[in-house]
Structure formats: structure tokens, C-alpha cells
Design a binder for this molecule. Structure first.
Ligand code: SF4
Length: 359
């Protein structure tokens, strides 16, 4: 019986071919780690030391934390660690981890908060027959004896902040909470807590028993889907840039289906994303006073999307051609919703886009 993990499930959801490389073919990639992964590991290791040692009544000063982090970084860093965003230096990443730890120290020192386990292994029984199991490791588990409330803490070192809505649907910690309930008696409540270190922000969610039962079912369905999959297709996207199997993927033609709107390996700078016509005559993009054109704006937005930005503002005066920019973006992105503040603008979009064939 295969014991699943959250990352195993997520890998399949992200890209079935990556799942095959990693878990079925068990390929060990040449590039084992990205700088983001390395940074995350070092920060996790330092926090692990802090809480383990605090449990033994040791107290920490900030300069000690900085020293431990620096020593770990210098000892473990090697030239095979891949930097995807070439514009950032190694020092940039080192300083990022440092600032995460400084902010965390200021917020949480002296770290006495009823922590009972670090990197706690959890086994989750998804069904009563023991056919479907999942295992995971909780970054830090807290138990408040007086209230019998547990807290599952997870440290996030990425530059993305999830919304409360996303966390209320998040699978990983919710699954771990099922394991905690099975492991401890008469658990009163479980709080799921994320520390988004890049934002110095702590966010909390909870689940009802009904939600957890539903989650078990959904997870079993996903496992069944994985186990019945015969064709592991590529699913290209922004995350391909961080995929350790890129070389194997590029040499894997039998599963290759060139996607229409794939952003994987797209060279935004070289590609023209502009399309605008009047009376079947192609119109060039407007050029603004700062030298940028409408086409440049489209490319910049697409590039920002590839880098993971979720909210992008384009500010332009009336008549600067924002509608043409947005429709060219829609053309590149695929299915898109355009929301306008007044009815007449909606009518203009419909007229331009569906009647005049200007794109
Ligand atoms: S490079 Fe992209 S498409 Fe290829 S295996 Fe990795 S995630 Fe999948």
C-alpha cells in the first residue's frame, strides 16, 4: 500500500508528468535544490533549534539566532543550488532569510508557547478499513492543556501570501488535524496556523468535523484518480521554471502536447503579443511619453503574472488605450473576466470585441 503525502498529491495536481518522474520513475534530478528551497530549509532548521532548545530551558538572544543561521547557511551552501531569478544575488536570499528570522524573533521571543513537538510525524487514516493512508510532518505542534486546544503551526518562506478564503480551503494542515485528532484524546479544538514569514503575518483557520469528513472523501477520490492514471500528461505553467525535471521533460516527446496558451519557457521579451485591426488593417500599438508602448505594457503584465504576481494595477488616463491592452491580455491569458464601472463601457467592449473584429 502506498502511503501518500500532501506533496505527492500536490505534485500530481500540478503536473502528472512531474509526478511520474518523481514518484514512479524515481528519477533523482541533477539539480537537487533551488535557492528558495535551500533558504526555506535553513529557516526551518533554525526555528527547530530555537524551539527544541527552549523546551530545555535555554533562552536565545537575537545575535545568537543570527549566528546559528549564518553558520548553517555557510556550511551547507554549495554551487549546485540553482538560482532561477538571475536578477537576485545569493546575498539577497541570505538577507531574506535573515530578515524572516529577525521579524519572527521580535514577534515570538522567548518562544514559550506550550510547544509539544517539532517536525511531528502524523499518520492520517482516510478510511476505516485502513486502505488509504497519508503521512506528513507538522512544523510545530502546540497544546494548551487548560483548554485542550491544539495548534498546528506551519512556516511559509515563499513570497506569496494566501487569502483567508484560500486558507479555509487549504488541504495540508486540515489533513494533519485529522491525524492529531486520531493521536490525542478528546481534542477540544484545533487551530491551523500559518506563519507567512515574508510578510511577518500569522493567519489562522479551523475546520468542522463535517468539513474534515468531506476532505477525507475528496482525498480518497484524488488517490483513486492517481492510481488509475495511465497517461501522465505534461501540465506546463509558471512553476515549470522551478521544476527539477525540466531536462527530462524536454526529452519526453511521447507525452508532449504543445499547449495553445502555455507560458512554460515562453520568452516574453521576444514575442509580440499585440493584435489590433481597423478595417482589416493592422494598427501599431500606441507609444507613450515615457517611450513604452501598449505592447510593452502587455508584455510587462504577462511577465509579472509569470513571476507569480496576483494583483497588477495599470494606471492610465482616459484615452490611453487601456481597453486594447486588457483585450490583448485576455487574448494571451485565455478565459478572462473584464469588469467595468459603467454600462456604456460594457457596451463598448461588446461592440469592439464581438462585432468589429478588431482583435
Ligand atoms: S517542466 Fe513543467 S511540464 Fe515538465 S515535468 Fe516539470 S512541471 Fe511538468
Amino acid at each position: 500500500m502506498v502511503i501518500y503525502s500532501h506533496s505527492r498529491l500536490s505534485t500530481f495536481e500540478q503536473c502528472p508528468l512531474k509526478f511520474k518522474f518523481k514518484y514512479i520513475d524515481k528519477i533523482i534530478p541533477e539539480i537537487e535544490q533551488t535557492i528558495e528551497g535551500f533558504l526555506g530549509n535553513k529557516v526551518h532548521e533554525v526555528l527547530e533549534i530555537i524551539y527544541n532548545e527552549t523546551a530545555k530551558d535555554r533562552t536565545f538572544q537575537l545575535d545568537e539566532v543570527i549566528r546559528i543561521y549564518s553558520e548553517k547557511w555557510n556550511k551547507d551552501f554549495n554551487q549546485n543550488i540553482k538560482i532561477i531569478k538571475k536578477e537576485n544575488s545569493i546575498e539577497y536570499y541570505f538577507n531574506q532569510g535573515l530578515s524572516f528570522l529577525i521579524d519572527y524573533f521580535v514577534e515570538h521571543s522567548p518562544f514559550k508557547d506550550n510547544t509539544i513537538a517539532i517536525e511531528k510525524k502524523i499518520i492520517v487514516d482516510l478510511d476505516s478499513e485502513g486502505e488509504y493512508k497519508l503521512q506528513g510532518y507538522i512544523d510545530r505542534l502546540v497544546h494548551h492543556k487548560e483548554t485542550n486546544i491544539f495548534e498546528i503551526h506551519d512556516y511559509k518562506t515563499g513570497n506569496f501570501l494566501k487569502t483567508q478564503e484560500e486558507l479555509d480551503k487549504d488541504r495540508q494542515l486540515a489533513l494533519y488535524s485529522i491525524g492529531v485528532k486520531e493521536m490525542f484524546n478528546q481534542v477540544n479544538e484545533i487551530h491551523l496556523i500559518w506563519h507567512f514569514l515574508a510578510f511577518n503575518k500569522k493567519m489562522i483557520s479551523t475546520r468542522t468535523q463535517y468539513q474534515l469528513d468531506q476532505l477525507k472523501q475528496e482525498t480518497i477520490e484524488l488517490i483513486k484518480k492517481i492510481e488509475s492514471t495511465k497517461q501522465f500528461q505534461k501540465n506546463k505553467g509558471v512553476l515549470c521554471n522551478w521544476c527539477e525535471f525540466q531536462n527530462y521533460c524536454n526529452n519526453h516527446p511521447e507525452d508532449y502536447t504543445p499547449p495553445n496558451d502555455s507560458s512554460c519557457n515562453r520568452n516574453i521579451e521576444k514575442k509580440s503579443n499585440w493584435s489590433l485591426y481597423e478595417d482589416e488593417k493592422e494598427l501599431s500599438p500606441l507609444v507613450f511619453s515615457n517611450g513604452k508602448s501598449q505592447s510593452d505594457i502587455v508584455n510587462e503584465v504577462l511577465s509579472a503574472i509569470e513571476q507569480g504576481y496576483k494583483i497588477i494595477f495599470i494606471k492610465g488616463v482616459c484615452g490611453s488605450g487601456k481597453s486594447a491592452i486588457s483585450l490583448n491580455l485576455a487574448k494571451e491569458i485565455g478565459r478572462t473576466s473584464i469588469i467595468v464601472p459603467i454600462k456604456s463601457l460594457q457596451e463598448q467592449y461588446i461592440k469592439d470585441y464581438t462585432e468589429k473584429n478588431i482583435f
